[in-house]
Design a protein around this ligand. Sequence first.
Ligand code: GLN
Length: 489
Amino acid sequence: MDSSMTIAEAHDKLAHREVSSTELVQACIDRIEKVDGTLNAVVYRNFDKALDQAKKVDSAGKFDHPLTGIPYLVKDVYCEEGVQTTACSNVLREKNYIPPFDSTTSKRLKAVGAISIGKTNTDEFTMGASTETSCYGVTRNPWDTTRVAGGSSGGSAAGVAAGEGIFALGTDTGGSIRQPAAFCGITGLRVTYGRTSRYGVMSMGSSIDTIGPLCRNVEDLCIVTQAIAGKDPLDATTGDVPVPDYRSELKKGVKGLRVGIPKEYFLEGMNAEVEASVKAATEVFKKLGATVIDISLPHTKYATATYYVICPCAVSSNMARYDGIRYGHTADKPQNLLEYYECVRSTGFGAEVKRRIMIGTYALSAGYVDQYYRQAQKVRTLIKKDFDDAFRTVDVIVSPVSPTPAFTIGAHDANPIDMYLEDIFLTSQVMAGIPALSVPCGFSKAQGSVPALPLGLQIMGAQWQEATILRAAHAYEQATEWHMKKPVL
Ligand code: GLN
């Protein structure tokens, strides 16, 4: 059976008894067994539990909700009761941390009968743009296995692109849903900060972390977001803002929609194919009756530097709990408590996590906090103001997701700053807390041994306006065929 159906297609088949949930789950398991030896997208397999759950769903025989009986993959930072969760870090892997509770999102998906079949690979504690910092090794891109799948939700993106799950959950702190979605030719949504609950999802940057879906098309993004969004008493930062019916919003189309093109996202010397694909997408919007307007977001150039101060500051605090006493990794024969901490943390964490703990601790220390952290917070306000101003004249803003298509594994090993620059188009939305998504918008040209690689279009909206960007992306998707292409594996 085809495990690369959309949620809507799979639901239709379930509701008409053309397939059972058990068959769907089995199809994904078969696919994982066939291709994951190459991809390394799924780091923990939850097959027995998933098959049990599918049987129960089948015998209940009620498919009222579009997610009932649908198998999905979940990034290895979401806690699921009784299921190993490691953030792909040796700090938790050594003793197989098994949470005694569900994240709010896992709970909400369980309540409607969706079935989690496995945990996906991520950069260690979601720090990275390539899934190379995982303690389980890199995830390979299904379109070209010499390349990265993106990161940090690389396992989720590769898994969906390769048909290992019908959809997946990821997290986006600084681009980790949008960029891997773009690199793998699927769609991914970063919601407004506070739209979905962070409860039970391991934190990286508490004021910037968001959790959201990676899917095969925009309608599916609507279905998953609908099920997981909304106020959660267990996460005080969730907004008490009504969740619209995203799917029915799609019908409105884009006639008269004002689409902003920010000049700061089109840089001298940028990748020509990336630039051309976004320009072509704006033509599609014009044909569909939208108005395209040139705009400016003047503080864009500071966003990545600001992000790489604020994010490590949060990291230095959030990582403090991994001290070897409460969870995971331990040390042999320490002489005293300090030595114990030193040993646990220096051997448990990888290089990127340690780098961020050090940068964050430095930037927060007395004497530097004004110069770095407070300054970054001020710039963050300016970046947010850029968007507030822009959204007075436009409804959505479009840009590239990434400066290049998926890069080769190891390409940025020598210089971590190069890796940070991968996030150049993805950090200002984070600073502003606004929603943004990635939708397939073309392919690079195949050249010699390098196959054609997917490219992504980013669509941003004002705070809480997920419905508007989903609507724009859906209209674009209906007018193009990029999202229908599937990698051959
Ligand atoms: N690449 C970014 C970083 O390394 C994004 C990470 C994320 O969104 N989790 O911080």
